[in-house]
Design a protein around this ligand. Sequence first.
Ligand code: HEM
Length: 137
Amino acid sequence: MSMIVFRYLHFLGITFWIGTAVAVAFAASAPTPWESGIAQALRRVTLRVTTPSMLFAFVGGFGMLIPEFTEVYAKQGWMHAKLALLLALAGATGLLSGKLRRWAEGQDVQGTTFARLAGVISTLAVLIVTLAVLRPF
Ligand code: HEM
């Protein structure tokens, strides 16, 4: 696949990954009983949109990273920082998905947990985009 295809997948994936993860986490933070069906609907969004989009972002990102890693990116501090923050972002997305699954199954999950996840995911996304665009070190 050419670089432009990887770049295209990368940005399409990032858009829907971060967009739906933040929207779902904010919606889930509202005090709503799980019997309303909202928990199940939000879980469907993470399964059908957020997770596949994360995969696209990874395929696109690693498709650009791997061929030029030793020549270019291994020497760039911003990329190492970006990769470290990405692990945290993927972890926070997994946590969101797990908490939604528990809530959708009727277990008690605090609304503040989702509000915190929305904040963490948004902050990590801002930091990653800042690193990727400004490349400060
Ligand atoms: C999934 C793992 C990821 C990998 C392996 C990865 C890797 C890369 C690579 C190799 C580039 C090309 C840099 C260049 O043009 O030299 C890139 C660009 C970019 N990435 Fe990622 N990335 C990942 C996830 C993300 C995420 C989650 C975000 C946003 C939250 C992000 C935001 C960006 C941006 C904004 C650019 C464009 C930078 C520019 O052209 O100015 N990346 N990424």
